[in-house]
Design a protein around this ligand. Structure first.
Ligand SMILES: Cc1cc2nc3c(=O)[nH]c(=O)nc-3n(C[C@H](O)[C@H](O)[C@H](O)COP(=O)(O)OP(=O)(O)OC[C@H]3O[C@@H](n4cnc5c(N)ncnc54)[C@H](O)[C@@H]3O)c2cc1C
Length: 630
């Protein structure tokens, strides 16, 4: 086997990849660090605060997403039971303090002003160094002009919008049809030989790229002959793809549905598809991006419903088309939506921003948290305690290593649900238990800025699936010309190659939540260098033969790791059918005095429109009358 050394892979190259120069602003003071014990972030580098002139997190590369410095305080609270008392009272008092400046928190600020007036005093607190939560913007400035990429939340599934969300989009000037008209991007399925599959030497004994290799009806016997698995495995694939029958003629539709909902997709492939184990393994990470889980966590019904092969065994024709997913997108994903929201709430941050220039507009982060503003947004601030008082709420938070507190009439918790019981221990026990039902799904988006697309163009590919690698898939991210940004499908210059997926959980993690926790733990243990080595190894094997030089052609790498990614959604194999009003997310989001609960977790559905709907509900549940001033 030809394993390359780190040096040969270019690991020592001075690409833009490490962010410890700009670092994290959560530099814990000695006193607080002692109280936290082992929870010290270890990255207490610079103390660039939100007010520093050059503070502009979207250009940071290296480990992003849940970046070093963002989660240590919350982990100390939730995992180690760290106590946070003796907070310094800042004397600040607001109408509402919103925990979490993701899409739901920002939408809650919008709805709060709508309900309580434009003069309402609002503070948003977020533990990250940038606003937007999952909707994070990645900017590259190497090798020419600015190249934008996705740091998290990708797109708008507009056909699922409620009337509330449609109004919200209208009020922010978002026109999804116009956006669709400016997109050529279709998740890397536009090139003639895409998507392709790459089989790697360390898993399959040989590096082999199979262009036009789809695990759907287009998979031909000739392509199957080239898949490097056992002869029996290839024969089982040929037989599976060649069949057209109805396995259950005696069952009615609902009986078939029940059957499919009760069997995992890999078991369906084994039992009814008659696939060998090595053939079944080809499918194991194909849902890492869309679902964030292994296929073994999906029922056959869920997998088939989202286009995985098998309906040809149920008397139905193969679907004709490949991907038909008409989403609307900005070149930085839904980070542009977030920027529109911030610009509206805090006009001083980005004057003159419109949907037509939002992707290019300058944002002055120094204006986010100014005392003379009605709305303030404080970054690098982790909330550690929320308490009811006679007149509203008090909140404790850690910022820059100091423990501080402030008060408000109302509190909206738009953060991850699993942390809320730790923030607010006085919640009813049943509600705390329901909040902790929500175990988020880990995800990764590793953006690799490459010098040009020559090697991919020679191969005629713009998307590749990797059944044997850490990231399940990569795709070229270009062809989105919204928000004033232009990056055409034909541009062959610097571009972000997005490696997308999740981390396979340990084999001995059986139930879904053990799988999610196991996957999260593995993700948090991977260093930036592990990701860098991985993408360099893949690109060397995949594109090296076409002249791509991993030493010269990789300009920057940004890893967006999301240990707490998609909201948990109820799944066939793992969750009972809950009676209406009794589902954990419905119990979890019950109002608690002056405190209400938002976030997409509150809808048990990992979508931007759900985050907005839940913000609307949370604000409408706040007690009517403004409590008297303290
Ligand atoms: C990689 C990825 C891709 C996705 N793609 C899509 C997509 O294409 N389309 C789609 O509709 N959805 C997508 N989603 C789902 C996404 O979660 C939602 O669309 C939406 O962005 C969620 O917004 P939110 O405000 O509910 O949560 P979040 O974005 O998670 O925001 C919550 C914020 O609260 C902060 N917080 C947590 N605890 C504290 C604390 N104690 N103190 C202070 N702050 C705290 C968090 O750090 C975070 O910043 C994707 C998610 C991920 C991770």
């Amino acid at each position: 086997m030809t394993k390359k050394s780190d040096r040969q892979l270019g690991m020592g190259r001075a690409i833009t990849r490490r962010d410890f120069v700009q670092g994290s602003s959560v530099a814990l003071t000695a006193a607080l660090a002692t109280r936290l014990g082992a929870a010290n972030p270890g990255t207490a580098g610079s103390v660039a605060g939100a007010q520093a002139p050059a503070y502009y997190p979207p250009t940071r590369t290296g480990m992003r997403g849940s970046h070093p410095g963002s989660y240590e305080v919350a982990h100390a609270l939730a995992r180690q039971g760290a106590q946070f008392d003796d907070a310094v009272d800042t004397g600040e008092h607001y109408d509402v303090v919103i925990v979490g400046a993701g899409i739901s928190g920002l939408a809650a600020a919008h709805y709060y002003r709508q309900r309580f007036g434009d003069d309402a005093k609002i503070l948003l607190l977020d533990n990250h160094d940038d606003f937007g939560g999952h909707a994070k913007r990645n900017e590259f400035h190497q090798g020419g002009g600015m190249v934008l990429s996705l740091g998290g939340t990708h797109n708008l599934e507009w056909w699922q919008f409620s009337d509330t969300v449609r109004d919200f989009m209208d009020s922010h000037g978002v026109d999804v049809e116009a956006m669709r008209g400016k997109m050529g991007f279709n998740y890397g399925t536009e090139a003639p030989n895409s998507p392709a599959m790459w089989f790697d030497e360390s898993t399959y004994g040989v590096n082999r790229l199979l262009p036009n290799c789809h695990l759907d009806h287009r998979l031909t016997a000739e392509t199957i002959d080239l898949i490097p698995i056992s002869d029996a495995g290839r024969a089982s694939l040929k037989s599976f793809y060649g069949r057209q029958e109805n396995l259950f003629p005696e069952l009615d539709e609902s009986a078939v549905e029940t059957l499919l909902a009760g069997i995992s997709y890999p078991d369906f492939l084994r039992q009814y598809g008659q696939l060998t184990e090595d053939a079944v393994q080809l499918f194991h990470n194909m849902a890492h991006g869309a679902w964030g889980v292994e296929t073994r966590a999906l029922s056959a019904a869920e997998a088939l419903w989202t286009g995985s092969p098998g309906v040809h065994l149920l008397g139905q024709p193969w679907p004709d088309e490949g991907l038909d997913y008409p989403v609307a997108m900005w070149p930085d994903g839904n980070a542009s939506l977030v920027r529109l929201m911030v610009a509206r709430l805090l006009p001083g941050v980005a004057p003159g921003v419109t949907p037509n220039n939002v992707a290019l507009a300058d944002f002055d982060y120094a204006q986010l948290d100014q005392p003379n503003q009605g709305v303030r947004l404080r970054l690098n601030a982790t909330v550690v305690g929320v308490e009811q008082t006679d007149t509203g709420v008090t909140m404790g938070y850690v910022e820059g290593g100091s423990l501080k507190k402030l008060s408000a009439r109302h509190g909206v918790l738009a953060c991850y649900h699993s942390v809320i019981p730790h923030l607010c221990p006085s919640l009813p026990e049943a509600q705390k238990e329901a909040l902790q039902y929500q175990v988020k799904i880990p995800l990764i988006l590793t953006n690799v800025l490459i010098r040009n697309t020559k090697a991919l163009d020679k191969l005629g590919i713009d998307a590749v699936n990797f059944p044997g690698r850490l990231h399940g898939r990569c795709f070229l991210f270009r062809g989105i010309n919204t928000g004033g940004y232009r990056h055409t499908m034909g541009d062959t210059g610097p571009v972000s190659l997005v490696f997308w997926g999740s981390v396979s959980p340990p084999d001995d993690a059986i139930d879904l939540k053990s799988q999610l926790r196991g996957s999260r733990q593995k993700l948090l243990q991977l260093s930036f260098e592990d990701f860098e080595r991985e993408v360099r190894t893949v690109l060397d094997g995949l594109l090296g033969p076409e002249g791509f030089d991993v030493n010269e052609d990789i300009l920057a790498i940004t890893v967006n790791r999301w240990p707490h990614g998609y909201s948990y959604e109820y799944m066939d194999l793992w969750d009972p059918d809950f009676a209406e009003g009794e589902a954990p997310h419905e119990i979890a989001r019950r109002p608690f005095g002056a405190i209400t609960i938002a976030n997409s977790d509150a809808g048990a559905s990992a979508y931007t429109h759900v985050a907005i709907d839940q913000a609307w509900r949370a604000v409408s549940e706040l007690p009517d009358a403004r409590a008297p001033e303290t």
